[in-house]
Design a protein around this ligand. Structure first.
Ligand SMILES: Cc1cc2nc3c(=O)[nH]c(=O)nc-3n(C[C@H](O)[C@H](O)[C@H](O)COP(=O)(O)OP(=O)(O)OC[C@H]3O[C@@H](n4cnc5c(N)ncnc54)[C@H](O)[C@@H]3O)c2cc1C
Length: 397
């Protein structure tokens, strides 16, 4: 059996794993990334709406398709907002991140390499085993990062990842786009029972029509659900039902985790439930979490003290924990009301009074209790002013 030694082994070359390696390109550490897919851009699905800031991540233009208008539709209401968002081209993003990582001469990336097992002692990972070309290979490292997304292959072994997380299933059709290359649409209504729909343009002529649900009993019928989206006039107006591609993807979600590190293991990205629970935006958050983690991986390696990895949990929680809890609570509330068109019509109508900025904040999961409180007050004031206006109109008439 072959055996190789590293400072850091990263399982998963998705946004979390590649960004973690990217953050460490200037270090002298020997890093191995393992992924079971065939290449960086061997992706399972394309949907990737994002409020990412390209400057913050030094992303080239080709990776992002800009969006200037967002519309939210319930059965009888619609709200339109202006604002800058993007649809990320997943393949191009992953290729770009991989190129960045490879600037590190001490980095190895192995594709078609599936991690299947690990040897643990006292809740510490001693070595991991992966298969490549029917060979079983052992890799040893000082630190391990589980960025394997839904698999959570090492996180599950050490009991760090949640064993039974909430799962969201998404189905997407890549279809011809007839109009509105810079407009995103979101749909919430009872005909999409227990789920929501979206149109994300990929470029001037193609878009993704997607349907996602957290209701496990709906998983077997998502294909039917996505087809039914063409009964929504807006979908039929904008997109032809002639899919070039059909894809299905799973996302781990749920309440934020209490621990992201245990001995010499950290978990990042979907493994750590770091996609925002409200709308499932995950790429930006996986990359940011990798950045937070990288700081402590570097220090733990420098000082040879894996204990320092605990600071990743602390820093991540300081930045995200409360927001995630709130977003998770809002998501739960929405799930209870997805079959109530009256409620959703009122909610969508109520969003008219949000500024473009507030609307983007809400969708991007940048929510605090104070922010939600301010929105409630704003709504109450607006109602009172409307009543007053009506009253003045009536009395003067
Ligand atoms: C249908 C759907 C729609 C989504 N829409 C959006 C959206 O609009 N915007 C957005 O920002 N996010 C969206 N997300 C979420 C986003 O895709 C994830 O949050 C993001 O990809 C997480 O990155 P990651 O690196 O943690 O995991 P992943 O991207 O899942 O990467 C994990 C990698 O690990 C590899 N792997 C898994 N198991 C093993 C193993 N045993 N051995 C070796 N390698 C392994 C996989 O091949 C994969 O490459 C969506 C997700 C789904 C499913």
């Amino acid at each position: 059996m072959e055996k190789n030694f590293y400072d850091l082994v990263i399982v998963g070359a998705g946004p979390a794993g590649l960004q973690l390696a990217r953050e460490l390109t200037s270090s002298k550490y020997k890093i191995l990334i393992l992924d079971r897919k065939k290449s960086a851009d061997d992706v399972q699905y394309n949907t990737a709406g994002s409020f990412i800031n390209p400057k913050q991540w030094q992303l080239p233009e080709e990776v992002l398709h800009p969006i200037h208008k967002m519309m939210l539709f319930s059965k009888n209401e619609r709200v339109e907002k202006q604002g800058l968002g993007y649809v990320i081209n997943r393949r191009k993003l992953l290729n770009f991140l991989e190129r960045e990582c490879r600037k590190n001469p001490n980095l190895e990336i192995e594709y078609s390499a599936e991690v299947r097992d690990a040897k643990t002692e006292n809740s510490e990972i001693k070595e991991i085993y992966y298969s490549k070309n029917s060979r079983r290979i052992t890799a040893r490292a000082r630190i391990y990062a589980d960025c394997s997304g839904t698999s959570a292959v090492l996180g599950n072994m050490l009991g760090l990842a949640q064993e039974k997380p909430l799962l969201a299933l998404g189905i997407e059709y890549v279809v011809p786009l007839k109009e509105g290359a810079d407009e995103i649409d979101l749909f919430i209504q009872s005909s999409l029972k227990g789920g929501y729909g979206w149109i994300f343009p990929l470029n001037n002529s193609r878009a993704i029509v997607g349907y996602g649900t957290l209701e496990i009993e709906r998983f077997p019928i998502v294909e039917k659900a996505i087809k039914s989206m063409w009964s929504i006039s807006r979908v039929a107006e904008r997109c032809k039902r002639k899919p070039y591609e059909k894809n299905i993807g799973l996302l781990r979600t749920g309440a934020p985790l209490e621990r992201l590190a245990k001995n010499n293991l950290i978990i990042i990205g979907d493994t750590a439930l770091q996609a925002n629970p409200l709308v499932g935006e995950g790429i930006r958050f996986a990359m940011d979490s990798a950045r937070i983690a990288a700081k402590w991986v570097r220090k733990a390696l420098e000082k040879n003290r894996p204990k320092l990895l605990q600071n990743y949990t602390r820093d991540w929680k300081r930045k995200y924990y409360r927001k995630y809890w709130l977003a998770f609570e809002i998501q739960n509330r929405l799930r209870e009301t997805t079959s109530d068109d009256n409620f959703m019509d009122r909610a969508v109508k109520g969003m008219e009074m949000l500024s473009n900025h507030e609307f983007c904040r809400l969708l991007s999961g940048d929510v605090t209790h104070f922010f939600m409180f301010r929105l409630r007050i704003k709504r109450l004031l607006k109602k009172k002013i409307n009543r007053l206006k009506k009253f003045i109109g009536l009395t003067s008439g």
